[in-house]
Design a protein around this ligand. Sequence first.
Ligand SMILES: NC(=O)c1ccc[n+]([C@@H]2O[C@H](COP(=O)([O-])OP(=O)(O)OC[C@H]3O[C@@H](n4cnc5c(N)ncnc54)[C@H](O)[C@@H]3O)[C@@H](O)[C@H]2O)c1
Length: 318
Amino acid sequence: MILVTGAAGFIGYHLCKALIARGEKVVGVDNLNDYYDVQLKKDRLNQIESEPNFSFEKIDVCDFPKLLDLFSSHQFSHVCHLAAQVGVRYSLENPFPYQKSNLEGFLNILEACRKFPLKNLVYASSSSVYGADPKIPFSEEEKSDRPISLYGATKRANELMAHSYSHLYDIPITGLRFFTVYGPWMRPDMALFKFANKIQAGESIDVYGNGKMKRNFTYIDDIIQGVMLSLDNPQPYALYNIGNDRTENLEDYIKTLETCLGKSAIKNYLPQQPGDMTETWADLSRIRQDLGYKPTTNIDTGIKKFVEWFESYFRPQL
Ligand SMILES: NC(=O)c1ccc[n+]([C@@H]2O[C@H](COP(=O)([O-])OP(=O)(O)OC[C@H]3O[C@@H](n4cnc5c(N)ncnc54)[C@H](O)[C@@H]3O)[C@@H](O)[C@H]2O)c1
């Protein structure tokens, strides 16, 4: 039995679907908060809720007694903890949800896994932990002690908390540093979704960093491949970058989106925002060597699939 937290979220939904497809029994947990359109979260859940091997519980991971009840009523062999307050820019305006969900919620998960021993705990970290680290590509060997957003700092804190719990209580724990994930059912606060929305509506798009930013855009199926490999291969304590082989210019990403939508963007170039990194680029040698991870989707294919979903799902209020 596998617990997936953040199951109504973008990555959580795709993970539940993939786990169910290979015959696993999955319990999904989410607090369905309104950081973005709750209907999108419900619509994701609607895709999987009728599956006999899936059950959903609306639980906030900050509610420790409820979390313990959940762990005591199911014998989880694996936990994939994806629930978190996401977003780099939002953390500048609203720091407290990050303290709650990402620090307190994470500690609750660690404590629950301590009280109810399991085979493997995998959790979501982020490329944001690299912050002001100057060395490209980003390697797990770097100290990563200079995050430049509170979001990145909470994710780095999770990695340190995980290390102490794996050391003290022999809990096998793996942290995955995701690099800009995109694809069908993605989050509406992410650039690709926002750009698609505005281009469709004939409105201008805000291109930060004057279009000079570079990102390691990773297609959702590649991320899910890496998460499943991690769940299947418990490590005493591990940290992995999980991204794409290529780093793309934001301009090329937008150009591909324009081609797929069949519409040109009106671009409003703006300076880089506080908290944003100029470039992200994952060194994948560790996850490749240990787990055999191999991303296969380029942006032409990935954005095409995103647009197919977006055009079938699109609702102007998002
Ligand atoms: N999408 C990316 O590009 C990306 C990049 C780096 C890291 N990550 C990490 O991956 C994980 C999943 O991200 P996502 O893109 O699917 O985001 P998401 O916001 O779509 O999913 C997170 C889910 O967690 C739920 N949640 C938040 N706080 C909760 C709480 N206290 N209790 C229970 N549920 C709660 C939300 O309702 C949401 O459905 C997060 O931990 C995120 O930080 C994502």
